[in-house]
Design a protein around this ligand. Structure first.
Ligand SMILES: NC(=O)c1ccc[n+]([C@@H]2O[C@H](COP(=O)([O-])OP(=O)(O)OC[C@H]3O[C@@H](n4cnc5c(N)ncnc54)[C@H](O)[C@@H]3O)[C@@H](O)[C@H]2O)c1
Length: 261
């Protein structure tokens, strides 16, 4: 029996494709009501055709790294509900690939802005709604690069370690309100993002994409790809009543990745 999320209200940032959209679908299939935003209008238009749109699925255009746009997104949600059960801070970009001497400060700043500071915008506005609900769950999507070093991706690693620091701190600040805060660290996910990451790394190292792909998969003891659904199911567990005592944790979903190189 899949876990029930019947009528649980969930906000997801960057939810119109990739892990965010798959997680939205997992939650919807378990009875949740989902409010998502994304910067990509094309992806948003595609999901507007979903049969649950305007019933249990509400989607909005919003650049997660723009505080005014995030505030607008929450204003739209307030018109529908004052309380929520969960926030999934999913937004995050891969950032540039290269050794530190080859990276520029704009790329560094942009990666930290999207991957860390935008989580702050969402979390700040979600906390009052979670308090009104008398508890709930915040899930921050970090990465294997938030628990290990990740050569050639220093800004990404810095941002994902920052997400863990915020998670641990918030779990301590919000425990007394029965708000649980956890970080999920996805491994190598089969999807569009990894196609781009493999392409960029192969180009930088002047090697084949096949070799880079094989290397990535071999980083997990289980020698496997991770699927977007695996992350959606972990989110679902953490939001469900079965996860009600789990807080402050860093949870890898990665087939036991032991290195990232
Ligand atoms: N894909 C992986 O292998 C992997 C591994 C570890 C962690 N992660 C993390 O999981 C999360 C989701 O990753 P993904 O692979 O699904 O991402 P993705 O690159 O496929 O993008 C998902 C969505 O983010 C949206 N987006 C990008 N910038 C945005 C912005 N400023 N505002 C609003 N929306 C924006 C895109 O339009 C897209 O719809 C990220 O935080 C990522 O760092 C991914």
């Amino acid at each position: 029996m899949p876990l029930s999320l019947q009528n649980k209200k969930i906000i997801i940032s960057a939810g119109a494709s990739g892990i965010g959209w798959t997680t939205a679908k997992v939650c919807l299939s378990r009875g949740a009501i989902v409010y998502l935003c994304d910067i990509n209008n094309k992806s948003l238009n595609k999901i507007k055709k979903h049969p649950l749109t305007n019933k249990k699925l509400f989607s909005y255009e919003c650049d997660a790294s723009d505080e005014d746009e995030v505030s607008n997104f929450f204003n739209q949600i307030y018109k529908k509900t004052k309380k929520i059960d969960a926030l999934i801070n999913n937004v995050g970009v891969a950032g540039p690939t290269g050794t530190i001497e080859k990276l520029n400060s704009d790329d560094w700043e942009q990666t930290l802005k999207i991957n860390v500071i935008s989580h702050f915008y969402f979390t700040k506005l979600a906390i009052p709604m979670l308090k009104k609900n008398k508890g709930g769950s915040i899930i921050n999507i970090s990465s294997g690069a938030g628990i290990m070093g990740f050569p050639l991706r220093s800004p990404y690693a810095a941002s994902k370690w920052a997400v863990i620091g915020v998670t641990k701190t918030l779990a301590m600040e919000l425990g007394k309100f029965k708000i649980r805060v956890n970080a999920i660290c996805p491994g190598t996910i089969k999807g569009d993002r990894m196609i781009r990451v493999i392409r960029d790394k192969a180009k930088f190292l002047k090697t084949s994409k096949k070799k880079i792909e094989k290397d990535f998969i071999s980083m997990a003891s289980m020698n496997c790809w991770i699927y977007e659904e695996d992350i959606g199911k972990m989110c679902s567990f953490l939001i469900s009543n079965d996860g009600e005592k789990v807080s402050g944790q860093t949870i890898p979903v990665d087939g036991n990745a032991t290195r990232m190189d």
